[in-house]
Ligand binder design. Sequence first.
Ligand code: RUB
Length: 325
Amino acid sequence: MKLGTELISGRMVDTYVMSAEDIAERIRTMEIRGAAEIARRAAQALKEDVDSYPGQDLQGMRSRLEKGRDALLASRPTAISLWNGVHYVFKDTSKLITAEEYRTKVRENADRFIRRSKNALKTIGILGANRIREGDKVLTHCNSKAAIAVMAEAWAQGKRFEVYATESRPWRQGVLTANDLAKLGIPVTIIIDSAVRYVMKDIDLVLVGADTIASNGAVINKIGTSQVALAAHEARVPFTVCAETFKFSPRTIYGELVKIEERDATEVVKEGEVPPQVRVFNPVFDATPPEYIDSIVTEIGVIPPYAAYQVIIKELGQEFIFYED
Ligand code: RUB
């Protein structure tokens, strides 16, 4: 959609809705969702913005990208993968002096981030599949592509098992999960979120994804995950998280608390369904403490949650944290 015209490099140029801002809006409204997917789409959007920027004005190019970056970062506050992805795109760009160098670097960074993230998903599938045994009953919560990759790989290897998928109110991502699994031929049963403890006695393994993993090993994922973990702990069912290393949060090393997104009341109750004095609280994610987590399947191996700090330092690195050198 054309927005108007703008003076760029001394000439009037038609301007269009910035693709990064457009993608940010689609992320905010959850048209694009899932922690890894939003990060990859954000990186792709920044690459497209730098590609479509007309002219060779480095300052203008930087400002355009930074505007897109800010919109993307503001779109959903909890998933650190989004933050890691966006910052990865700007890695080593601050000292570049020509627009072409900047464009090339942004492109390379974005491509590398997307490639690494997609490869990580495949490796997680292969490593995680070892955790599923013939005849297992697996329970999953929400819709995690990483958890689904594990189940898909185990199924492709010929293991036969079945899955319980929680509905995951209010967005009902469990319906997406059930569809994804059904397409692969995996038997799946949807349960409402409050049925988790009731079915847990029959479950052999819990597999969930993550939006953020803190330096102390706590896993932040879809609201209700910590209740699933508690029920699994009580029933001595291994609770396994499937997450690429871009889900680990360098920011938590500096003591920062993970911001839990709260969304609109109308996602929980329809307008007019309750009188105006009734408050609705709609937190979207929660934190599962490391003591309830058996292991985290990453692309660099299956690790205990307590290894989170080492993963952050080794994989994401100090210089990455301070990308603005
Ligand atoms: C999705 C959710 C997923 C994680 C991991 O929440 O909590 O479990 O994002 O997903 P929402 P993936 O629907 O609010 O984005 O493994 O696909 O990255």
